[in-house]
Design a protein around this ligand. Structure first.
Ligand code: COA
Length: 331
C-alpha cells in the first residue's frame, strides 16, 4: 500500500522575543502567574510589516532544503492557519507567489489548533490516491495582532503567539514506513468557547466601532472549559489512533502534542503513563502558536536527533471548534 511520509521539515519564528516581564508592564499579570499556570517563559511576536506568509516562506525554505528539493518540485500546497493575512484570498496563494512555484493548487485549512493534523490528512489522502506526489503542508499563525494587551485580555494574550512550521510530504520509500492512521473529530457545540467573533460576514458592516470597543475582534477563550476538554480528548484520540494502526500507548516512541499549555501536556503525560523521553514540549520558549506548534516541535525533534528510523511517532492536537485529532507515523 502506498503511504505518505515526511521528506523534510522546517520552522521559523519572529526574532522579536516577548518575555513574561514585558507583558507584566502592559497588564496586571506576572512571570510567576504565567509560568505556574501555562509553563510559558517567553514567546515570539511579529514586528509591524512581518506577516504569517513571511514566516511560512522561511519555514518552507528550510523544509525544502532538508528534503533536497526546490519549490518547482512541489505538486500542491496545503496551508493551515486561523489567522490569514487577509479575509480573502487564503494564505496558500501568497505563499505560492513568494515561492515562485508553478500554478499548483493551494488550499487553506481553517481548523485552528488542529490545523496541522487536518492539513496533513488532506495531503496524505491526495498522495495515497495518486493525485499529487509532493505536497507542502504548512501550519502558520500570527496571533499577536488579535491580542488584547490590557488586563481585560490577560487570559489569552499571555498564551498565544506567532510562528510557522512546514513539512514536505511525499510517498514513503519503505513499505513499513509512513503515516499509518488518522483520528479526526469536531464538536461545534463548543464553537464559542475559543473564538474570534468579528469581523464576520454575518455583520453589516463586518466590523463596527462598537465591536472594536467591546474587543470582539480579539481572541476570546473560556480557559477552564478548554482545559477540561483538552485533557480528555487528546489522550482519547491518541489511544484511538494507535489502536486503529494496531498499536498501544506503550509502543509509542514519541508524542508530539499541540503546545496549548504545559499543564495540559503534563496531565496528558500522567494519564498515558509516558516517560519524559516519550514526550516533547517547547511551549516555554514559543507559547501557543496554534496550527504551528506541531510542525515546529517536529522539526526541532528531527534536527536534535530525537526521532530515529523505525520510531513510532504520534502527533495530536486539540483546540478551537472544538476540533481535535491525531496522526500516527512510522519513521
Ligand atoms: N495573569 C494574572 N491573573 C490572571 C491572568 C493572567 N494572565 N489570566 C487570568 N487571571 C486571573 C483571572 O482574572 C481570575 O481572577 P479572579 O479569580 O480574580 O476572577 C484568576 O486568574 C483565575 O482565572 P481562571 O480563568 O479561572 O484561571 P485558570 O486557573 O483557569 O487559568 C488559564 C487560566 C488560561 C491558564 C487556564 O484556564 C488554561 O490554561 N486553559 C487552557 C488554555 C489553553 O490551553 N488554550 C489553548 C487551547 S488550544
Amino acid at each position: 500500500m502506498l503511504r505518505s511520509t515526511f521528506l523534510g521539515t522546517g520552522f521559523a519564528v519572529p526574532d522579536r522575543v516577548v518575555t513574561n516581564d514585558e507583558l507584566s508592564k502592559l497588564m496586571d499579570t506576572s512571570d510567576e502567574w504565567i509560568h505556574t499556570r501555562t509553563g510559558i517563559r517567553e514567546r515570539r511576536w511579529v514586528r509591524e510589516g512581518e506577516t504569517g506568509a513571511d514566516l511560512a516562506f522561511r519555514a518552507t525554505e528550510r523544509a525544502l532544503k532538508m528534503a533536497g528539493m526546490a519549490a518547482a518540485d512541489l505538486d500542491a500546497i496545503v496551508y493551515a492557519t486561523s489567522t490569514p493575512d487577509h479575509f480573502a484570498p487564503g494564505n496558500g496563494v501568497y505563499l505560492q507567489r513568494m515561492l515562485g512555484a508553478a500554478t499548483i493548487p493551494a488550499i487553506d485549512i481553517r481548523t485552528q489548533c488542529s490545523g496541522f493534523v487536518y492539513a496533513l490528512s488532506v495531503a496524505d489522502a491526495w498522495i495515497r490516491s495518486g493525485q499529487y506526489r509532493r505536497i507542502l503542508v504548512v501550519g502558520a499563525e500570527v496571533q499577536s495582532t488579535a491580542m488584547d494587551l490590557t488586563t481585560r485580555g490577560r487570559n489569552t494574550s499571555v498564551i498565544f503567539a506567532d510562528g510557522a512550521g512546514a513539512a514536505v510530504v511525499g510517498p514513503a520509500g519503505r513499505e513499513d514506513q509512513g503515516i499509518l492512521a488518522f483520528d479526526l473529530h469536531a464538536d461545534g457545540q463548543h464553537a464559542e468557547k475559543l473564538w474570534v467573533d468579528s469581523p464576520g460576514s454575518m455583520y453589516h458592516p463586518r466590523v463596527s466601532p462598537e465591536q472594536l470597543e467591546a474587543g470582539r475582534h480579539f481572541l476570546q477563550m473560556d480557559g477552564k472549559e478548554v482545559f477540561r476538554h483538552a485533557v480528555a480528548r487528546m489522550p482519547e484520540s491518541i489511544r484511538a489512533v494507535l489502536k486503529s494502526a494496531g498499536y498501544e500507548v506503550a509502543d509509542m516512541s514519541l508524542l508530539i502534542a499541540h503546545q496549548a499549555n504545559l499543564r495540559i501536556a503534563e496531565m496528558m503525560q500522567r494519564d498515558l503513563a509516558l516517560r519524559d523521553d516519550q514526550v516533547y514540549n517547547n511551549i516555554m520558549r514559543y507559547g501557543n502558536t496554534t496550527a504551528a506548534t506541531i510542525p515546529i516541535a517536529l522539526d526541532e525533534c528531527l534536527r536534535a536527533g530525537r526521532i530515529a528510523s523505525g520510531d513510532l511517532v504520534v502527533l495530536t492536537a486539540f483546540g478551537s471548534g472544538f476540533l481535535w485529532g491525531s496522526a500516527v507515523v512510522r519513521w
